[in-house]
Design a protein around this ligand. Structure first.
Ligand SMILES: Cc1ncc(C[n+]2csc(CCOP(=O)(O)OP(=O)(O)O)c2C)c(N)n1
Length: 469
């Protein structure tokens, strides 16, 4: 297809007769669809009275074309494919930011007092499980982190500062909903019943690990709990969650998917592809962004120029909300409502939870090298999500100092015992390195297995004794 201007400045459009690859052209004159000021023809100084754009010969294209030609002159509305658009004579560029940043929904103030009654009520039993799981998460983080420092495990990532996000979002979901985690959401798995021993088995890569010791520590996963295994590659879980959500919709399941990611993850191509697919497919997926201020050492000021991540929802036609990620009741309410919209209306929803990564990125990081120690301290003391939730349950009369110290003592014991058991449990056998990918292992894999076994036979002293051969 080619476009030319005739002497009368009418746009002439050469239509390939045999479809878009054809070489035989015929001339057509078409009615003007008044281009807006951004149109290249205007930039060139042309004001063609007639303009049309036709792609292929198809019934669909024909219908679209008819729509485009149907301008309602009275109301100055363009019937554009996808919906009507009003014309304007104002040369208004949409500003890059709003005058005011998107507000952040919260329920509890820093002292644990509800500032609104506009939230989903939770009963005592749920509240106490939420609090217990937050403390369990904290205790696991403290002790497993130490175990890494002692060289007993190779790597660890804490969830410090993001306990409310983990536990409250999990509490607002149902077991049939599928979880697509990044790596800082073990609390969701904990909420679903994954035991401290199961966490320890994965960290130590022993034969109790469902990944058979083939992954780095913290790459948890559990079929039983609808928790898709963590992938190191940032944000690859986003398109997966959309596909799974679409499948749930097709199967008319009363369930949705939720996908967690960080502010860093929102800069990947996968994020954008996932949001767009979810919007056009009406997939029941909750996009949960933990905006914790940093992607390792990259602060959000270097991550994006937009008002965080929440504003991106609108760009893709997705409902979105910003919540205080350190307020368990706000997180619970937002996810609870988002789940209803996702399932009942088949709508994706984007939640941006503002929080702070109060620990280092991982055991391979020292965050004091790129952010002030007093900033970390302020978030740990003044804005700690666990303390805030504790103040609320205490005000409700559901918790006491005695219950607190009993819980902490018991959990510490449980985590230490789990480590001892995990450490003593033997590793998965060597053969597991070579299984589970191919039904029949290809020749090169068989060669590698033979080579590994021969090498171990020749140098037994260089191989761990707790890996069965
Ligand atoms: C595709 C990809 N790029 C880079 C990395 C290295 N990497 C691991 S974690 C991380 C930061 C991610 O930050 P964010 O998404 O904000 O999550 P947070 O760690 O803050 O929870 C990066 C860049 C990776 N694992 N995968």
């Amino acid at each position: 297809m080619a476009l030319f201007f005739s002497k009368s400045r009418k746009l002439i459009y050469l239509k390939p007769k045999m479809g878009f690859l054809g070489s035989h052209f015929v001339h057509h004159h078409h009615t003007l669809i008044s281009p807006n000021l951004k149109h290249p023809l205007r930039i060139l100084g042309f004001y063609p009275p007639h303009f049309a754009f036709r792609r292929f010969e198809s019934t669909k294209a024909e219908i679209q074309l008819n729509h485009m030609q149907n301008i309602d002159n009275n109301s100055q509305v363009l019937n554009f494919p996808g919906g009507k658009v009003k014309f304007t004579s104002h040369l208004n560029f949409i500003p890059e930011t709003r005058e005011e940043r998107v507000h952040c929904y919260r329920v509890l103030d820093d002292d644990g007092y509800p500032v609104t009654s506009n939230f989903v009520q939770i009963d005592k039993e749920v509240a106490l499980k939420m609090y217990t799981d937050m403390i369990t998460l904290q205790t696991m983080d403290t002790i497993f982190y130490e175990a890494q420092r002692q060289g007993r495990i190779s790597f660890y990532v804490t969830t410090l500062g993001e306990e409310a996000i983990n536990i409250a979002s999990a509490a607002a979901l149902r077991m049939d909903d599928f979880i697509f985690p990044q790596y800082r959401e073990p609390g969701v798995l904990l909420w679903r019943g994954f035991t401290i021993q199961e966490f320890a088995n994965q960290l130590f890569g022993n034969k109790g690990d469902y990944g058979k010791g083939r992954q780095m520590p913290i790459h948890y996963g559990s079929n039983k709990h609808n928790y898709i295994t963590v992938a190191s590659t940032v944000a690859t879980q986003l398109p997966h969650a959309v596909g799974a959500a679409y499948a749930l919709k097709m199967d008319a399941k009363d369930a949705c998917t939720i996908v967690y990611f960080g502010d860093g993850g929102s800069s990947t191509g996968d994020f954008h592809a996932a949001l767009n697919f979810a919007a056009v497919l009406d997939a029941p997926v909750i996009f949960f962004c933990r905006n914790n201020g940093f992607a390792i050492s990259t602060p959000v000021s270097d991550q994006f120029r937009s008002d965080g991540v929440v504003t991106r929802g609108e760009a893709y036609g997705i409902r979105s909300i910003r919540v205080d990620g350190n307020d368990a009741l706000a997180v619970f309410t937002a996810v609870h409502e988002a789940r209803k919209m996702a399932i009942n209306e088949h709508k994706p929803v984007l939640i941006e939870a503002l929080t702070y990564r109060a620990g280092h990125h991982s055991t391979s990081d020292d965050s004091t090298k790129y952010r002030p120690a007093n900033e970390i301290e302020w978030w740990r003391t003044e804005r700690d999500p666990v303390t805030r939730f504790r103040k609320w349950i205490e005000k409700e009369g559901w918790w006491s100092s005695q219950a607190e110290s009993e819980l902490r003592t018991s959990l510490r014991k449980q985590v230490l015992e789990a480590i001892q058991v995990a450490e003593k449990t033997e590793k998965p056998p060597i053969k597991d390195v070579f299984t589970d990918v191919y039904d029949v292992p290809p020749a090169n894999l068989q060669e590698q297995e033979t080579f590994t076994r021969e090498t171990i036979r020749r140098h037994p002293q260089d191989y761990p004794t707790d890996v069965p051969i």
